[in-house]
Design a protein around this ligand. Sequence first.
Ligand code: IPE
Ligand code: MG
Length: 232
Amino acid sequence: MDGNGRWARQRGLPRTQGHRAGARSVRAVVEQSVRCGIEVLTLFAFSSENWRRPQTEVSLLMELFLNTLRVEINRLMEHDVRLRIIGDLSAFSEKLQRQVREAERVTRNNSTLILQIAANYGGRWDITQAVRALALEVAEQRLLPEQIDEQAIAARLSCADAPDPDLFIRTGGEKRISNFLLWQCAYTELYFSDLMWPEFDGDAYLAALNDFSRRQRRFGLTGEQVNALAEA
Ligand code: IPE
Ligand code: MG
């Protein structure tokens, strides 16, 4: 979700107003996901690197996060959405951590959409914590080094039980992954929109999904092999 600050600046508003406007796009995209039958939606809300922003902006983002959680919980229940936060939550205030755990608990039996919010998340952090978990298991002799394969690593990543993402969408015109789900995005289709995140509404999201549906995913095979598999 990129471009909140620029969207606000273009309108002569403080960056923080852009973040508030961005919250509306979150609602639109979540609701469109439910309508379209998307099973898992992951939003990159706050990266491990965002702490380096001005203190006032970081505080506003935290406050917005907290308020949105509180206000939106009923809507999540209404739409049967299960919430999960991924990332290193230990850096957040006790209050925010409590609220997050509570929201996850309340929505745990919902199953139409899994909504994952990446907060204080980084793809490298995720791989690092998985590797550390493996090292610990080896040190405690619960695992042999030769048992470490791709599956063993994947199983210890943040969203181990969710499938790898099919589609990655970045708004705001930048064409990079910026430390999002690095391991999980190995075969993900990438989509870049020049719209700023507050402008990215349900229709813009639908356009991205339509673009995705026209792509051929080969996973290393030839186009002919993929066509033959589709016909079989
Ligand atoms: C939102 O957009 C991303 C968040 C960290 C919430 P930005 O704040 O990165 O907006 P730009 O890139 O400065 O326009
Ligand atoms: Mg940005």
